[in-house]
Write a protein that binds this ligand. Structure first.
Ligand SMILES: CC(C)(COP(=O)(O)OP(=O)(O)OC[C@H]1O[C@@H](n2cnc3c(N)ncnc32)[C@H](O)[C@@H]1OP(=O)(O)O)[C@@H](O)C(=O)NCCC(=O)NCCS
Length: 283
């Protein structure tokens, strides 16, 4: 019968005017068909099925006591409603599946600790410390893709963008703080997931260079990403002249994979794209 459950919980509903349903009614009798509609509703009813489905089931019960011609009309209209209810249920299901997929996607934790550092999501009130610490420093920004900030307002706007990116899950910009003095911001790390990959960016406040901060934090972030079931590759790139950054990647367990010509635009040293090294760690 057209209303019968299909394998693996999938259902194929007859069209209200389908020849198959009419044939079935002629062969088995309208009463039996009503029972089948009811049965299918009972069997397929998922937890939290719409009120409409419950209403259809009730009417299918009622229809069995009607004269045959009215039973047929009623059943046909019920099947139409049932199809609609099925469509709604399927829509809800796909919404649920989307939520599930979202929950499965890789995210950097809002806060995590390494041996010496607390790393936490950037919030707008960090703007002043970020501006003073590195955003306005031409040495720190030398090999970065943006120019140093001249005004606090630029850093504040960037912090607000960071907030939106985190919400959207497109990028996870976080500040690195001293673990035992969390008000002291010493650097920044950005994790950017895309499908089965995560790429990274980082910087450290100039007076803290050479303390092993970047290596410690990037190693943690890379290992965390590769422990996620959907992530198979982590990667980062740096200007060919940025020896410290290349060393950070090695210390974080990545290996040099490629020399990429004209790959990065570093506006603080050149107006044209520059060559870069690509590093990765995969599982
Ligand atoms: C790159 C940067 C993040 C490194 O941070 P850090 O916390 O000082 O890095 P670590 O102390 O963990 O490691 C640095 C390593 O690079 C080495 N290093 C430093 N300068 C170097 C250079 N010019 N060439 C080669 N290696 C260098 C250090 O000796 C150290 O290695 P070691 O521990 O084996 O001696 C920091 O220099 C920085 O903020 N630079 C400006 C921003 C930037 O370039 N970000 C990266 C963009 S891709």
């Amino acid at each position: 019968m057209g209303c019968a459950p299909q394998h693996e919980g999938r259902w194929r509903m007859p069209r209200p005017n389908s020849r198959r349903l009419r044939c079935h009614m002629q062969i088995t009798g309208v009463r039996e068909c009503g029972a089948a509609v009811q049965e299918s509703l009972i069997l397929r009813r998922p937890a939290g099925a719409s009120k409409d489905e419950a209403g259809v089931r009730h009417q299918a019960q009622q229809a069995q006591s009607l004269p045959a011609s009215r039973q047929e009309r009623t059943l046909l209209s019920l099947v139409a409603r049932l199809q609609w209810a099925t469509m709604i249920t399927n829509t809800n299901k796909s919404r649920f599946e989307n939520d599930y997929e979202m929950a499965q996607k890789y995210r950097l934790p809002e806060e995590f600790v390494t041996d010496r550092f607390l790393v936490k999501r950037i919030i707008p009130s960090d703007a002043q410390a970020i501006f003073d610490g590195w955003n306005s420093d031409p040495e720190v920004t030398k090999y970065l893709t943006w120019k140093p900030h001249a005004e606090l307002r630029q850093t504040l706007e960037a912090a607000e963008r960071s907030h939106c990116e985190w919400e959207a899950g497109t990028s996870f910009p976080a500040v690195i703080c001293l673990r035992h003095q969390p008000s002291e911001l010493v650097g920044r790390v950005d994790a950017r997931p895309a499908g089965h990959k995560v790429s990274y960016g980082w910087l450290i406040r100039r007076d803290r260079w050479g303390d092993g901060i970047a290596s410690e934090v990037i190693r943690w972030a890379v290992d965390h990403a590769l422990s996620h079931p959907l992530i198979f590759r982590t990667e980062a790139s740096c200007d060919v002249m940025n020896g410290a950054s290349a060393r950070v990647m090695e210390k974080a367990g990545m290996t040099k994979e490629a020399f990429l010509q004209r790959y990065l635009l570093h506006p603080n040293i050149s107006d044209v794209p520059r060559d870069a090294f690509l590093y990765s760690k995969v599982r």
